[in-house]
Design a binder for this molecule. Structure first.
Ligand SMILES: [Zn+2]
Length: 569
């Protein structure tokens, strides 16, 4: 299955230009500007549609799908061309006519009025200038213009190739000022172009007088000998339609009578055509009201093609009206405290006043922080990572305040500052850096020679720090104070950070059993006392409420005491 799809995909790539350019001459009636299908595309589309139909038969029927339409109304500089008075009817008719395919339409936001004489008389070759400036990426873009390239309207068909399913193909164009009554615009032209938008062909396609190849002309006959799955509009419950083969007076008679019973034109097998003049995808103006069950089935396929996600986020669009954020990390590893950027795409407008932020959590979702973000270079967001983030795996999302919109989380690794822990092994103190990168130890701010391992056996008391270089991040630890490196009968005490803001860690690496901590001012006034602290592995936090200054911590353990100086900033 996969290889067949790939083959069709490649085949389609080869034939793409035929969709973008009108290969056949413009229909003389100038009714619709939607390009005709090329011969190569005809076979490709048939095969792809048949595959889709087989899959549909084994999947459950879907719920009704809500589809958003963004209305853009191009006016002249003087304000001519306002379609807003009849928009309510437009939506009522669309909803009535398209309900059988399981969809309903709603208008997204207000009408976007565009006063521009050039776009009012829109040339198809320049419509991308209009769409790139105005189209939204979370709804179908319905443009009302004075003249849609001289036709009543046109739409781009859905594309088999997701890389071609770009935002510029997500539009239909309707003329407001080409001698067509508003009633016809509402009841015929817009539903007709919406049919094209979801992949319907004209009922008379390949009925052009220049095409005499019987293999590609739709026969009147059905059942044995029929070619209706391939030829014409590739739909068998719409009768073969000779519209462009008819002489002008027959066209006029068909339209004035809304009947084809009088026609005598014959198909290649010499059967008389009896087209359905009420079909919305025909050209019988004033008679068109309906679509057939197979046309609805074909449009479900068209909808599935519309829902293909373009691999390029900037060309991607959705038609459900939902607002989406998408981000991609610029890098996957950052240093704590450094600037970080993500590429950002937004589909749809956020509520006014909504701001973008970056939400960072540990990989398990804990410890969330929200960081204010600034936009840079148009589509990037920049934040500064907090200095104190611990090393490890994190998840990041872009969130919009007030809008409950968030991008899917991506993963990143943050390299935090190294931390120092202390152990006593074999009667000796050992300091250990948390970093497995390159470490450099310092004593009282001076680099210790040859001390580049993860562990250090301190030989004297003092303030130790370690600087680690890991994954491109060079960062220093908090200072770590050691009062004594000799195991004595006095408890050896580790206090860090020092200086601090009145809150610090205390470790007694050489002591087991309960202990007590008392804090004094330098002139001996007691500041705080902690009663017996039970033996616990690792460190204990101690907090004192004291103004900035130098203080003494006295630790009493096993009947012995020792004192450490520390500074509150
Ligand atoms: Zn058309």
């Amino acid at each position: 299955m996969r290889s067949v799809c790939t083959f069709l995909f490649l085949l389609y790539l080869l034939t793409i230009p035929a969709w973008g350019q009108v290969e056949t001459p413009r229909d003389p009636a100038e009714i619709c500007g939607t390009p005709a299908i090329s011969e190569q595309d005809r076979q490709t589309y048939l095969s792809a549609y048949q595959q889709f139909s087989q899959r549909q038969q084994v999947t459950a029927r879907r719920q009704a799908t809500q589809i958003a339409i963004k209305v853009h109304n191009v006016l002249t500089a003087q304000g001519v061309g306002d379609a807003s008075p009849y928009l309510e009817q437009v939506f009522a008719v669309l909803n009535a006519k398209f309900a059988p395919m399981g969809i309903s339409f709603f208008q997204l936001g207000e009408v976007n009025f565009i006063r521009n004489d050039n776009f009012y008389n829109l040339a198809m070759s320049r419509d991308h200038e209009l769409t790139s400036a105005h189209s939204v990426q979370n709804a179908i873009n319905l443009y009302f213009v004075g003249s849609a390239d001289g036709s009543n309207g046109y739409a781009y068909p859905p594309n088999l190739d997701s890389t071609r399913n770009t935002r510029s193909w997500n539009a239909l164009f309707i003329s407001t000022n080409l001698n067509v009554s508003t009633t016809q615009i509402i009841n015929e032209v817009i539903p007709h172009e919406m049919g094209h938008y979801f992949g319907l062909l004209h009922t008379h396609e390949h009925g052009s007088s220049g095409n005499l190849d019987p293999a590609t002309r739709e026969y009147v006959t059905r059942g044995a000998g029929a070619n209706c799955t391939y030829a014409g509009d590739q739909i068998c419950d719409t009768p073969a339609d000779p519209y462009l083969l008819l002489i002008t007076s027959d066209r006029q008679l068909a339209q004035s009578s809304c009947s084809s019973g009088f026609m005598s034109t014959m198909d290649p097998q010499r059967e008389v055509y009896r087209p359905d003049v009420t079909n919305l995808m025909s050209y019988y103006r004033g008679c068109r009201t309906s679509l057939t069950p197979q046309q609805y089935d074909r449009m479900k396929w068209g909808l599935s093609l519309r829902n293909q996600v373009n691999p390029d986020p900037s060309d991607r669009y959705y038609i459900d009206g939902q607002v989406r954020l998408l981000h991609q990390p610029v890098a996957t590893r950052y240093c704590a405290g450094a600037a970080m950027e993500v590429a950002l795409w937004q589909y749809g407008q956020l509520q006014s006043g909504s701001q973008l932020r970056l939400r960072l959590t540990r990989a398990d979702g804990s410890s969330p922080v929200e960081l204010p973000a600034t936009s840079v270079e148009g589509s990037r967001l920049r934040v500064t990572l907090p200095n104190r983030l611990a090393s490890g795996s994190y998840k990041v999302q872009v969130i919009a305040t007030n809008s409950a919109v968030a991008s899917a989380a991506t993963s990143l690794v943050i390299v935090g500052k190294p931390t120092i822990t202390v152990q006593q092994t074999g009667g000796k103190l050992m300091l250990q850096s948390s970093s497995t990168g390159t470490n450099q130890w310092y004593l009282n701010g001076v680099a210790l020679k040859d001390s580049v391992r993860q562990q250090l056996y301190p030989t004297e008391a003092g303030t130790y720090t370690v600087q680690a270089t890991e994954a491109g991040c060079t960062q220093a630890s908090e200072p770590f104070v050691i009062t004594s490196t000799e195991p004595t009968d006095k408890p050896s005490v580790v206090l860090y950070p020092n200086p601090n803001r009145g809150s610090f860690w205390v470790e007694l690496p050489s002591h087991s059993g309960p202990w007590q901590a008392d804090v004094f001012s330098m002139n001996g006034q007691p500041i705080s006392q902690t009663r017996s602290i039970p033996e616990v592995p690792g460190r204990r936090s101690v907090a004192v409420k004291a103004p900035p200054g130098t203080y003494l911590l006295r630790i009493t353990a096993g009947g012995k005491s020792t004192q450490v100086k520390f500074v509150v900033e």
